[in-house]
Write a protein that binds this ligand. Structure first.
Ligand SMILES: [Zn+2]
Length: 565
């Protein structure tokens, strides 16, 4: 049936009186091509109206800005799962569900029970010291260990010549040791073994507790940090089974309490402070045998669960269906509350009453685009040859938690994922004549930033270009496709964790705009025609990749600038 129809249409097109308008010709060829390609046919199912319906739910005030973890996020997860079940998309989370559960370890510091004394002289929480909410009571002798880091590749070991077992380690942790870069850590072997940050190293070496000298950042934000610790803010959220973090009870001292701690010791607190701001580091040393500190951090450790949402549409090819094309977005945003915390910016119009960060573009637009792609494929009579896995990541705004978790604990074999398409902000367009500074780098209605498509696989980049040119011919802007892009967009969304696992990625992004991380990022400002165009293009491109005879070859190493974050 399908074939006859094609010939008929072709004749019709040729017979039409000339000249026909470009749009007419374009839509005619698209219609012809759609008939030919199941992907384009399926893409026709994706409409601005459909996208608006879904986004009006996902980015509504009722979702309360979808913070991780939060009620609004959980409701959105249920919304996505309900639709997937309706369309017959296979659950690919835990235990036959659509949810990949993540345990977030959460604790509040209870000021009442949190106390410390040095040789019986007591100090108060919030004024003289702060406490990372790792609950516990500690007492014993002290040892000073400089910056506290281990970086074997740089021959750095803060514990050389000292024994910290069952002692309380005092460190002057002002970030990476001198001469060490993040790249050194990334290329420096296994975290916790070949290199370790002070907390983890102290725990590994059997210390009883840890004391940090305050750096300028902490002193400048003392009050805010204290409030966060007592409110159980997001500062301390770690993944329960994540061995990378530490659970060592530890204090950060005020200058006054630090002075008391180092009184009568080999070096004074002010010498230590000077060494933190660049003068020669002070070598590690044991405190005098009579100097004892006791401290208790009281708090309520709590586990809060959140989730990635994961579904699969199985491929039609008996062999290739064992490989996957991944399509993803993040369905979380920055929640609700005053500007200034949780990476929330102030309202452009100065309205402080609206504290809900709806995240319609960031990343409601990607969330509904992935939904529309899943629906279109699920409803299509034909399926791509490879399987398609859809992942709605949580915690992207919290440092890419969801994609970090999924790529470390994948629910399908990670080596079978042949490419990942990441959609993060595709719903805003710069209007004609808009010369405002905040929208300077925002793309036009028929334009989108494409990042990473050529970075790891020449073939993937070519497919992306070829499909676009022969389909809706969007304007692909490669401005940020530069390893040295000062905005570092390559690091700033979920594709990054897939790329770290050697999976070639394509990241679609509309550019920062006036409502980025502000309450004004709302549904009524979204360009739904743009989301429709970009989403259709992504569906046809990922389908092309899913039907390739062989998976796209990774023929290029990620440039060192782009490894590791
Ligand atoms: Zn985002």
């Amino acid at each position: 049936m399908r074939r006859f129809f094609i010939v008929f249409v072709l004749i019709g097109a040729l017979a039409a009186p000339f000249p026909a308008s470009y749009a007419q010709r374009k839509s005619k060829t698209t219609a012809v091509a759609a008939a030919a390609s199941p992907a384009r046919k399926a893409a026709e199912d994706i409409t601005a109206a459909q996208l608006r319906d879904y986004l009006s739910f996902v980015a509504s005030d009722e979702m309360e800005g979808r913070d991780t973890p939060s009620r609004g996020l959980n409701i959105t997860a249920k919304f996505i799962a309900t639709l997937l079940a309706r369309w017959g998309v296979k659950p690919a989370g835990d235990d036959g569900t659509y949810f990949q559960k993540m345990a977030l370890h959460h604790a509040r510091v209870e000021a009442a029970g949190t106390r410390a004394d040095i040789n019986g002289q007591s100090y108060s929480y919030g004024e003289d010291f702060l406490a990372i909410p790792h609950v516990g009571a500690v007492s014993g002798s002290l040892v000073y260990a400089g910056h506290g880091w281990l970086v074997k590749s740089k021959n750095i070991d803060a514990y050389r010549g000292i024994d910290v077992k069952n002692k309380i380690v005092v460190v002057s942790n002002s970030g990476l040791p001198k001469g060490v870069t993040l790249n050194d850590l990334r290329s420096g072997g296994k975290r916790g073994e070949d290199w370790a940050e002070p907390e983890a190293y102290a725990q590994k070496m059997g210390a009883a507790g840890m004391i940090e000298m305050p750096d300028f950042q902490t002193l400048a934000n003392w009050e805010r940090v204290r409030r966060n610790q007592q409110a159980g803010g997001t500062l301390v959220v770690t993944k329960l089974e994540d061995s990378r973090g530490s659970s060592l009870p530890s204090l950060t001292l005020s200058p006054k309490m630090a002075a008391a701690l180092f009184q009568g010791e080999k070096h004074s607190a002010s010498e230590i402070f000077q060494s933190m701001s660049g003068s020669d580091p002070v070598a590690a040393f044991d405190f005098g045998p009579n100097k004892k500190i006791n401290f208790t951090v009281a708090g309520e450790p709590e586990t809060i669960w959140t989730q990635n949402v994961v579904g699969v549409i199985e491929g039609s090819d008996p062999l290739l269906k064992n490989e996957y094309v991944a399509v993803g977005a993040h369905y979380d945003h920055v929640g609700m509350g005053p500007a200034g915390s949780n990476s929330r910016g102030p309202a452009r119009d100065g309205n402080t009453k609206d504290i809900i960060y709806n995240g319609a573009d960031d990343d409601g637009s990607g969330t509904v685009a992935v939904l529309a792609i899943a629906e279109a494929i699920a409803r299509s009579a034909r399926r791509p040859k490879r399987s398609v896995i859809f992942v709605w990541h949580c915690g992207e705004e919290k440092n890419l938690w969801g994609s970090d978790y999924f790529t470390r604990y994948p629910t399908v074999p990670i080596n079978n994922i042949v490419a990942q398409f990441n959609i993060d902000m595709i719903g805003r367009s710069k209007r004609e004549g808009d010369t405002s500074a905040p929208n300077r780098s925002l793309t036009g209605t028929n334009e989108i930033y494409v990042i990473g498509s050529k970075l790891m696989s020449t073939e993937l980049g070519e497919v992306s270009e070829r499909v676009n040119k022969s389909y809706l011919n969007l304007s692909f802007n490669y401005l940020y496709d530069d390893p040295n892009d000062p905005n570092r967009f390559f690091f700033r969304s979920d594709h990054f964790n897939y790329a770290q696992k050697g999976i070639p990625i394509i990241f679609y992004f509309d550019g920062v705009h006036e409502d980025y991380h502000r309450p004004g990022d709302e549904v009524q400002k979204i360009d739904f025609e743009k989301i429709q165009r970009v989403t259709r293009t992504i569906l046809v491109t990922m389908w092309e990749v899913a039907d390739l005879k062989t998976r796209p070859r990774v023929d290029k190493q990620l440039p060192p600038e782009l490894t590791g974050g």
